[in-house]
Design a protein around this ligand. Structure first.
Ligand SMILES: *[C@@H]1O[C@H](CO)[C@@H](O)[C@H](O)[C@H]1NC(C)=O
Length: 372
């Protein structure tokens, strides 16, 4: 695979068009016009399974993310030429996640992220009561519509197969696109992790004190595959960082919004689990898992002509969380009585806000909280 020779591949760059947008946004701060909260179709809505829960729909107009790639694709477009390039997708069930916690991770944060990951599979096999709708599993359904050339769909089920904690910062507190592969090599060699080419995802999560090459300036997360020369194998992997201290207004949007909008705007939305950095990571993790599963070797589903900078099924819908998103609106999302914002429900009563995913059926961004 020719990608092996590229020293710095750029798959799935979350937030590509970096500095230009940031600068133009900063310049426009001079005119800091107060933004209004525009609430469309606001209603008190008891249509959840749980009638005691009062949920309202909101679609606030927010200042744009400090960095953004995909505004040009907002909503639907016939111009999006997402194509299949004949490579594999992750179709074996379940998809096995090998989780690497790099740095210092409080248990409560680990639990929150694991609750999200464990909410992706349909719940029938579990003893616990099924989550409320719309659920995280409903959200993943869009991803499972992608198939390979044999007609096999991306798997609907996903399992945390193993975990490994690298609390000693084995490769320092500043990682690069290459050294993150050494972190994975460590985990594979020091044996808690098997080599799972077929349906494994090696997911590296860095704590908020860990820097990563291009983090905040060009990416919030990325996925690729390891180089045999570094790890011994070609393994699909993803990295996502906790941006809570470094750049929440970039990578934990809309729970933090660019400061230049200051005072006048509606301000940031309240995160569903009370942690801007970790709640912000959840949507980025969802984005990367969706793209990795439909494009694990970067030769399956993507748009654009340049395989070194593919536009993938998450990139196309960045910043969209509900119906009516685009042009500064994030779309219709839910707000509970405590004011927490979410658009899907997970196991153990959890709520999450995850971005929408491009649907090959609708040829548009889609999510289970869509209002018809
Ligand atoms: C598999 O994907 C096809 C094409 O998107 C879709 O029509 C079908 O419903 C999917 N099957 C399952 C089991 O999800």
């Amino acid at each position: 695979m020719s990608h092996h020779r590229l020293p710095f591949p750029f798959p799935c760059l979350l937030l590509l068009a970096a500095v230009a947008l940031l600068l133009s946004g900063t310049t426009s701060s001079a005119s800091s016009k107060p933004q209004q909260v525009q609430t469309l179709n606001t209603n008190n809505n008891n249509n959840n399974n749980n009638p005691a829960e009062t949920t309202e729909y909101i679609n606030p107009k927010l200042p744009p993310r400090a960095l953004s790639t995909s505004k040009k694709f907002e909503g639907s477009s016939n111009l999006v030429n997402l194509r299949y390039h004949m490579g594999p997708v992750l179709s074996s069930s379940p998809i096995n996640i090998y989780l690497i916690w790099y740095g210092r991770w409080p248990n409560s944060h680990k639990l929150l992220i694991k609750d999200f990951l464990n909410s992706i599979s349909p719940s029938s096999s579990r003893p616990a009561p099924p989550p409320l709708r719309p659920s995280v599993s409903d959200w993943w359904r869009t991803v499972s519509l992608y198939t390979d050339q044999t007609g096999a769909n991306v798997s609907r089920s996903l399992l945390i197969a193993r975990e490994y904690t690298d609390a000693a910062y084995s490769h320092g507190s500043s990682l690069t696109r290459l050294s993150v592969q050494q972190v994975i090599a460590n985990a594979v060699k020091s044996a808690p992790f098997p080599v799972d080419h077929r349906n494994g995802i090696y997911l590296v999560l860095t704590s908020q004190d860990v820097a990563m090459q291009d983090f905040c300036r060009a990416v919030c997360g990325f996925h690729y595959f390891t180089f045999p020369s570094m790890v011994g194998y070609t393994l699909p992997y993803a990295w996502v960082g906790n941006s809570g201290k470094q750049c929440p207004e970039v990578c934990a949007y809309p729970f933090a919004v660019p400061g230049y909008m200051g005072g006048g705007g509606p301000g940031a939305l309240k995160p569903p689990n009370g942690d801007v950095g970790v709640d912000g990571m959840i949507s980025v993790i969802g984005h990367e898992l969706a793209e990795l599963s439909s494009n694990p070797l970067v030769n399956a589903w993507y748009a654009g002509e340049d395989p070194t900078a593919p536009t993938e099924i998450g990139d196309l819908c960045e910043g969209l969380y509900g119906t009516g998103g685009g042009g500064g609106y994030i779309g219709q999302v839910m707000r509970d009585r405590q004011g927490r914002t979410f658009n899907v429900n997970g196991r153990r009563g959890r709520k999450f806000l995850v971005q929408w995913i491009w649907s090959p059926e609708l040829k548009a961004c889609a999510g289970p909280n869509a209002l018809d």
